[in-house]
Design a protein around this ligand. Structure first.
Ligand code: IMP
Ligand code: MG
Length: 171
């Protein structure tokens, strides 16, 4: 069963807040947004439309999840970004930080390419579930636990199209 957790209005408010924090921090500097596919495609498209800095967007796909609910320790890149990021201000846009394994791997890999700066913007943060220490620089909502879907986020590839965020409740 799905129970609504964050409405589209609440999401929009959070995205606006993140966008204005980013605009404040980056002044008029150029930003390269790296959207982690697939989960953050909707979040990225809403976020970047609210930011007026000169921007690029690129897409990175890693697999750390099968069809289950837990990260399998190993993270592999299945689709790399297409442009270089050396000397750029890069913001990784992620749907959820959970154990932190995915983002740590992604951040280290991108850091090797010598960006000018590298930050993390995550819509949701399950802080209490970390297995490795990593913080989002911009975070929309903090969650205790629970498995969520909607607004781009899936369970076994389903529910990404829902405009609100729901928690999956066992029944
Ligand atoms: P981590 O490596 O454990 O931090 O996993 C992060 C990734 O797991 C996120 O990018 C999501 O794709 C996925 N994930 C974590 N929690 C959830 C959830 O509640 N619903 C759907 N996907 C999730
Ligand atoms: Mg993901």
């Amino acid at each position: 069963m799905l129970k609504k957790l964050f409405s589209r209005e609440e999401i929009d408010k959070a995205v606006k807040r993140l966008a204005s924090q980013i605009e404040t921090d980056y002044d008029d500097e150029k930003i390269v947004f790296i959207c982690l596919l697939k989960g953050s495609f909707m979040f990225t498209s809403d976020l970047i439309r609210k930011i007026h800095n000169p921007s690029r967007v690129d897409f990175l796909r890693v697999s750390s999840y099968g069809s289950g609910k837990d990260t399998k320790g190993k993270v592999t890149i299945t689709k790399d970004i297409e442009e270089g990021i050396e000397g750029e201000n890069v913001i990784i846009v992620e749907d959820i930080i959970d154990s932190g394994l995915t983002l740590t791997r992604v951040r280290d890999m991108l850091q090797d390419r010598k960006p000018k700066s590298l930050k993390i913007c995550a819509l949701l943060d399950k802080r209490t579930r970390r297995k490795i220490e990593i913080e989002g620089d911009y975070v929309g909502f903090t969650l205790e636990d629970g498995f969520v879907v909607g607004y781009g986020i899936d369970f076994a590839e389903m529910y990404r199209n829902l405009p609100d965020i729901f928690v999956v409740v066992e029944d």
